[in-house]
Design a protein around this ligand. Structure first.
Ligand code: ZN
Ligand code: ZN
Length: 105
């Protein structure tokens, strides 16, 4: 059995390394996702993504709380009304000492 659900799979955090505001989601995903706490339109987010930096669609619901859904550009609604967020990357030069869980490298 799964543990009781929290009211939201998304938590607001600060990045352990650079201190930027980020959103973090673990639930329902194969790895922990950390995205910048900056809401973009789908078009803006698409310009910021790279093969190593994905965009996530923020779905907020009164009943299930917020969750992040991976954006597959080829399939995703171009007129999506929801905010899109992109994966957090620390600014160049951020020390690697306190590596947060959730980074892929
Ligand atoms: Zn979307
Ligand atoms: Zn960071």
């Amino acid at each position: 059995m799964k543990p009781a659900r929290s009211n939201s799979g998304v938590s607001h955090r600060s990045c352990d390394r650079c201190g930027s505001p980020v959103l973090r989601q673990r639930e329902g995903l194969p790895w922990v996702v950390v995205v910048d706490d900056v809401r973009h339109t789908p078009g803006q987010a698409a310009e910021l993504t790279t093969p190593n930096r994905l965009a996530w669609c923020l779905r907020e619901s009164k009943w299930t709380g917020a969750r992040l859904v991976e954006v597959h550009t080829a399939f995703h609604n171009r007129e999506c009304p929801r905010p899109h967020l992109v994966e957090h990357t620390c600014p160049p030069g951020t020390p690697l000492s306190a590596k947060p869980e959730g980074t892929l490298w």
